[in-house]
Write a protein that binds this ligand. Sequence first.
Ligand SMILES: C[S@@+](CC[C@H](N)C(=O)[O-])C[C@H]1O[C@@H](n2cnc3c(N)ncnc32)[C@H](O)[C@@H]1O
Length: 299
Amino acid sequence: MLRSTTKTQVKPLSPPDARGNPRPFLKWVGGKGQLLSQLWPHLPERFERYHEPFLGGGALFFALRPRRAFLSDVNRELVDCYTAVRDEIDDVIAALRTHRYEQEHYYEVRAQNPFLLSSAERAARTIFLNRTGFNGLYRVNRSGQFNVPFGRYTNPLICDETNLRACSVALQDAELKVQDFTLAGDSMLPGDLAYFDPPYVPVSATANFTGYSADGFNSNDQARLARLFGRLVERNVHALLSNADVPALRELYRSFPAATLLASRAVNCDTSKRGKVNEVLVLGRPAAAPRRVVRLAAQ
Ligand SMILES: C[S@@+](CC[C@H](N)C(=O)[O-])C[C@H]1O[C@@H](n2cnc3c(N)ncnc32)[C@H](O)[C@@H]1O
């Protein structure tokens, strides 16, 4: 059986402030940067290793800076970018410095075949498109080509060298993988902390919804995730999961306690229907101690 070789980690008293600490180097839809102070009190005081199977911008990972982390996502471009930031930060920074905030340059870079670039150049391309594309969106067409239009900003910071270097340091002991969340469960051990931040359940979802969220994560995936969550808690993994606070989600996790996170996020891309929806944080705390076995005296 796998055994943890790291020492137990103690949670810092509060989320770090901005100075000198790594912050997500990518803008990511659904990023948890704004909710960190509300998430913090629900993190366990101590844990062994940290897992984030829906990595995105990794806001909680960078705030916690765990000593040993397992980070994964199905988005290969995203995970490759993290890997280059971890392993080749000088080359990523050098490649990023060749980019500039100009519409024509943006569309030229967008049209490049990323697989003809070195891994550092590819990561720099991802960061550049993310920081200068419309709303920091990540969207690809059917043939997998990034198709987000140019974004309007005043002087966007394309190469935040200090933050990128801090992120690279934070990632040194992280294992990065392109994988579905189900496989991420295999490496979780008792005492570990796992934070799940999947794509949102559609906000219109009723308790037995069948729809797809924008990125193809459907009701079967949400149900699969809820089953994994239950199995992990039984295995004494400290699991936390955030999602939109809608009846379908409450129903899926009805056997767990939950907290409400007051979100300030607009969740509908149709501006006429834009509304703010709170998030729910499902608290999968393992039992504090194994249940006592009471033996009945033989009659
Ligand atoms: C809401 S975002 C995570 C945001 C992140 N917590 C942050 O702070 O930026 C959801 C992520 O789940 C990933 N994802 C979607 N389907 C997945 C799957 N089946 N397995 C693993 N990751 C998946 C997406 O690529 C996306 O990066």
